[in-house]
Ligand binder design. Structure first.
Ligand SMILES: Nc1nc2c(c(=O)[nH]1)N[C@H]1C(S)=C(S)[C@@H](COP(=O)(O)OP(=O)(O)OC[C@H]3O[C@@H](n4cnc5c(N)ncnc54)[C@H](O)[C@@H]3O)O[C@H]1N2
Ligand code: MOO
Length: 411
């Protein structure tokens, strides 16, 4: 589809690109796992409560169970007849004109309809004098207050939190059907790259993208596999992909138009069916996506900032689509500009910026340096300031859109 055209007019938008990526991706298979392993996994089906919670009416306080009609005013005394405590197998019965000792979490006796807390009574051991009138229903948690048997407690496609795990356990589940973690393989390409921790040598730089992307894959729920570094030649790239079995292949570098940008031609020779190879955004123009057999392939630009900004916009939703949850991309928020910014070129801009809160309002300031190789700037940023292609200069005080980076897991 026209991938040989020069960069520029034929580039597609970020939204179009994300739509093409997520609609080409199918969720991975499912598996049942114990709740202990469920944090951060994605539910593959709606889950219904196996029990009603609470299963019977329980007391919310330590005190005395009564019939409200028996204690219509302060000063009434009733004989104490038994006790109800948490864990009782059988629900006791309250006789007319008596009261029963009760503790938090205990079943409310049949016939009782109010709890008077112990702070509001006096006791001589046999008789209880109520210093307040009882109020029908007070301090009683009715059966099903929390949820009823059969109610949906977890929706399909939810990224499970500790709260969900608690709710699943409360509703009787000790395991859950989830999507297995998407397996994402990461390859860096470039003759100049060496792994950090090894000797750097003349003309070489350390590979930053692969360690950062492997970390993001894990933070976003994937199982990361490290394909290492391949040089800028077809044989090295082909060899690195030999026998690959992954749900998504992530490649950085070598996607541009130079003589040594061998990723695109190599993948093409291997049979990659291209969806697109350039997008109308900065940083990250030479973003590439296609499928190799059933495997989606996402090619990120080599510049580290471009690679990581593209990861926020495209990798996170791609992993989401594989894992069976929301894949709509990052959330944009409004923020007020602290300093003016210049006009935007023909691509949407995602400027590295810092946001701060001022009396509840979000303020944003772009860094003066925006070169797409400047990972140190990205590391200091906590937001991306979005400017649409062709936007006029913006003045201080103007409301603009931002994507917060500090709320993204792992970023
Ligand atoms: N004539 C043109 N040249 C370039 C264009 C263009 O439109 N016409 N686009 C530029 C843009 S925009 C980008 S982005 C880059 C992307 O190029 P590649 O994806 O082919 O990446 P490389 O050329 O391999 O590398 C670019 C840059 O990043 C460094 N790099 C690469 N991989 C890593 C890594 N794993 N860790 C750290 N740094 C890495 C590499 O050394 C280069 O400096 O193309 C422009 N050129
Ligand atoms: O898009 Mo490139 O990523 O501008 O440097």
């Amino acid at each position: 589809m026209g991938i040989e055209k020069p960069f520029g007019k034929s580039a597609i938008t970020v939204d179009e690109a994300r739509g093409m990526i997520t609609s080409a991706i199918r969720p991975v298979a499912v598996e049942t796992i114990g709740l202990q392993e469920a944090l951060g996994r994605v539910s593959a089906a709606a889950v219904k409560a196996l029990t009603t919670s609470p299963p019977f009416d329980v007391s919310a306080m330590d005190g005395y169970a009564v019939r409200a009609d028996d204690v219509p005013a302060s000063g009434i005394a009733l004989p104490l007849a038994g006790a109800s405590k948490a864990g009782l197998a059988a629900v006791p019965t309250l006789s007319h004109g008596t009261c029963m000792r009760i503790f938090t979490g205990a079943p409310v006796p049949a016939g009782a309809d109010a709890i008077v807390i112990q702070e509001d009574v006096e006791s001589d051991g046999e008789r209880i004098v109520f210093r307040t009138a009882a109020q029908r229903g007070l301090f009683i948690r009715k059966a099903g207050l929390n949820f009823a048997e059969g109610a949906e407690v977890v929706a399909a496609g939810r990224v499970l939190t500790a709260r969900d795990i608690g709710l699943l356990a409360a509703s009787g589940h000790d395991s859950i059907l989830v999507h297995r973690r998407p397996r994402v393989a990461v390859l860096s390409t470039g003759d100049e790259l060496v792994a950090s921790g090894t000797g750097i040598g003349p003309g070489r730089i350390f590979d930053a993208n692969r360690p950062a992307l492997l970390a993001l894959v894990r933070a976003w729920g994937g199982e990361a596999s490290d394909l290492g570094i391949a040089g800028d030649d077809d044989a090295a790239i082909t060899a690195a992909l030999q026998g690959l079995d992954a749900d998504l292949l992530l490649i950085t570098g070598g996607a541009s138009v130079g003589d040594h940008d061998r990723v695109r031609p190599t993948l093409q020779a291997l049979g990659l069916s291209f969806e697109f190879w350039k997008i109308r955004m900065r940083p990250g123009k030479p973003l590439m996506f296609g499928t190799l057999g059933d495997m989606p392939v996402l090619g990120l630009p080599g510049n580290s900032v471009s690679a990581l900004v593209c990861a926020v916009l495209f990798l996170e939703p791609a992993i989401g689509a594989l894992a069976g949850h929301d894949a709509s991309g990052p959330r944009f928020e409004n923020a007020r500009l602290v300093s003016p910014i210049g006009k935007t070129g023909e691509r949407d801009d995602y400027l590295r910026a810092t946001v701060s809160l001022d009396d509840g309002a979000l303020l944003v300031e772009a860094f003066s340096e925006q070169d797409s190789s400047m990972l140190a700037v990205l590391a200091s940023a906590n937001a991306l300031l979005f400017r649409p292609a062709g936007a006029a200069p913006a003045v201080a005080g103007e409301t603009v859109k931002v994507v917060r980076l500090d709320t993204l897991p792992g970023f």
